[in-house]
Design a protein around this ligand. Structure first.
Ligand code: SF4
Ligand code: SF4
Length: 88
């Protein structure tokens, strides 16, 4: 299953919780700081499954998770094929 996340780097405080919980280890702390001086995270979305662990653990609601629900399962494919839906 494919997924992707979008990180609001200005909200991120670089706490690293999402880095720890991601089962795919695709989130890393950036070398560039944001406007408030924190080092936010960045992601390689190519390995993302859309599991939403990162979005659930983020204390600053800085991560939006999207998942491709085109699994053939009617219960999670109500909005048409290949639609990436916001999960968190
Ligand atoms: S949704 Fe899951 S796989 Fe994707 S970045 Fe977040 S924790 Fe990692
Ligand atoms: S959990 Fe949220 S605030 Fe912490 S590093 Fe990840 S995106 Fe940033």
């Amino acid at each position: 299953m494919a997924g992707k996340i979008i990180i609001n780097i200005e909200r991120c405080k670089g706490c690293g919780l999402c880095v720890v919980v991601c089962p795919k280890r695709i989130i890393v702390i950036s070398e560039k700081s944001n406007r408030t001086g924190y080092f936010p995270v960045e992601v390689d979305n190519s390995g993302c499954t859309g599991c939403a662990a990162c979005g659930m653990v983020c204390p600053d609601a800085a991560i939006k998770v999207y998942r491709d629900d085109n699994t053939g399962d009617e219960s999670c494919n109500k909005s048409g094929p290949s639609l990436i839906k916001e999960k968190v």
